[in-house]
Design a protein around this ligand. Structure first.
Ligand SMILES: *Cc1c(COP(=O)(O)O)cnc(C)c1O
Length: 376
């Protein structure tokens, strides 16, 4: 059966990246590697929209999240964490594992945080050292208003950390213009490379915090990474093959232009949302991100069954809900190597699966709505 991978990570790999990863392995303490690494770092700066240093880890996104805590804080420091889903909660878990004083802002899943609440918390807790947020909360499909939050946080001594693992290169994020101190991303979502690379960008304000941070870290030391960055190398053996693949992706992204790419995802997401609504289903997120669309399962239908039918009978792989959303939502990704016809496949398969599972719909209705938006 032909498979279509339409999940919010991992995402499909473009042919150029696959071919680049088939090249013979090279040694990392060579000019050849330094050239590749320099291109990757410069390319990431373009996509992160930053002049800040970018540190690369051989780890998945969670490694970057951990680094964003251990490098900038000290034991029992106070941090503010926006918890509106599984990934926001992960920051709290990591923070607690380091013995930090975690102040969560619990946001109802599917809703976006009101930046004013962050302002109030910062006003009443002047000793908060950092604020942790998620650009696209992949578990709910919600987009966070980072621009407004950054205006609030940059006026304080706290640093702003944004988990953009699923949204970098997909949703707008102007790291420098908006004053975001630390941005975290990973390879297997918008960056169309296999899992195993994680990146953090670090502002001057955040570097200053590393000076008196006393939390333990070894492998994830940003300072050691920075040290080696000057010679376009890494402290430990880098994931050479993945970096070769990423370099090919970056070249393609530069060729297409970031702005064009973001516009494309906006169109894919809009077409998907409109198709879903035409089938009389609801979008789960009140403020939806263009990286992934979370769809409420119709009354009486278990979303896990829809996902399973699509995967096993149709070869179309989307995601269901996590934690308390299990059985309640379906998630279709727009990030990475996705184009118009990927959305047609997703919507068409969704219609077929829902009909098979007893939902009353007219086949092709959502597909036609999407076609009108995608090819207008
Ligand atoms: C995928 C993802 C991560 C990282 O997960 P890993 O499994 O460690 O790659 C972190 N945050 C968000 C928002 C994600 O979507």
């Amino acid at each position: 059966m032909k498979k279509y991978l339409l999940t919010p990570g991992p995402t499909p790999i473009p042919e150029n990246a696959n071919l680049a990863m088939m090249k013979p392995i090279i040694h990392h303490r060579t000019p050849e590697f330094a050239n590749i690494f320099e291109e990757v770092i410069e390319g990431l700066k373009y996509i992160f929209q930053t002049k800040n240093d970018i540190i690369v880890f051989a780890a998945t996104g969670t490694g970057g999240m951990q680094a964003s805590i251990s490098n900038f804080l000290s034991s029992s420091d106070k941090i503010l964490v926006i918890e509106g889903g599984k990934f926001g909660q992960r920051f709290s878990k990591i923070g607690k594992s380091y013995g930090l004083d975690v102040i969560p802002i619990e946001v109802e899943w599917g809703k976006a945080v009101d930046p004013e609440i962050i302002r109030q918390k910062l006003d009443s807790n002047e000793d908060i050292k950092a604020v942790y947020t998620t650009l696209c909360e992949t578990s709910t499909g919600v987009l966070t208003d980072i621009k407004t939050i950054a205006e609030i946080v940059s006026a304080t001594d706290a640093i702003l950390v944004v988990d953009a693992v699923s949204a970098l290169g997909v949703c707008e994020l102007k790291t420098d213009e908006w004053n975001v101190d630390v941005v975290i991303s990973g390879s297997q979502k918008g960056l169309m490379t296999p899992p195993g690379l994680s990146f953090i960008s670090v502002s001057e304000k955040a570097w200053a915090k590393t000076e008196d941070s006393n939390l333990p870290e070894f492998y994830f030391s940003a300072m050691q990474g920075k040290d080696k960055l000057s010679s376009f190398n890494t402290p430990w053996t880098p994931a050479v093959t993945l970096l070769q693949g990423l370099n090919a992706v970056i070249k393609d992204i530069k060729k297409q232009g970031l702005e064009n790419l973001l516009n494309k995802y906006a169109k894919l997401a809009k077409a998907t949302r409109s198709a879903v609504e035409s089938l009389e289903m609801e979008i789960f997120a009140s403020q939806p991100a263009n990286a992934v669309t979370a769809i409420k399962a119709p009354q009486g239908i278990d979303s896990q069954e829809v996902v399973k039918y699509m995967r096993d009978e149709l070869g179309v792989i989307i995601s269901g809900g996590q934690a308390q959303l299990k059985g309640k939502i379906m998630r279709i990704a727009h990030m990475g190597y996705m184009e118009e016809f990927d959305m047609i496949v997703a919507i068409s398969a969704l219609e077929v699966a829902l009909k098979k599972l007893g939902y009353d719909l007219e086949l092709g209705k959502g597909v036609a709505v999407a076609q009108n938006i995608l090819f207008e």
